[in-house]
Design a protein around this ligand. Structure first.
Ligand SMILES: [Zn+2]
Length: 80
């Protein structure tokens, strides 16, 4: 028995189900690309991964900024 998921295929608006191997597959017999939904999912995952890496880099940059700011503050305190 196929498990249908919420949402429709963007290409033909048929229902989408989980095929063997866990792949999201369009049920439309006239669908130009039944595995298109799986590809979208994979791309979404990939872009989220890139976003995660960018956020990590941003956090690292902010940590360095905080460190330098604290260092400059302590140097300024010593200068007074
Ligand atoms: Zn389709």
């Amino acid at each position: 028995m196929s498990t249908f998921v919420k949402g429709r295929c963007p290409l033909c608006h048929s229902g989408v189900f989980v095929a063997s191997g866990g792949w999201l597959t369009c049920s439309g017999s006239d669908c130009p690309d039944p595995t298109f939904v799986s590809e979208i999912f994979a791309k979404y995952e990939e872009s989220n991964k890139n976003l995660g890496e960018q956020l990590s880099a941003l956090r690292a940059a902010l940590a360095i900024y905080d460190y330098i700011t604290a260092l400059l503050d302590s140097l300024a305190d010593k200068g007074e």
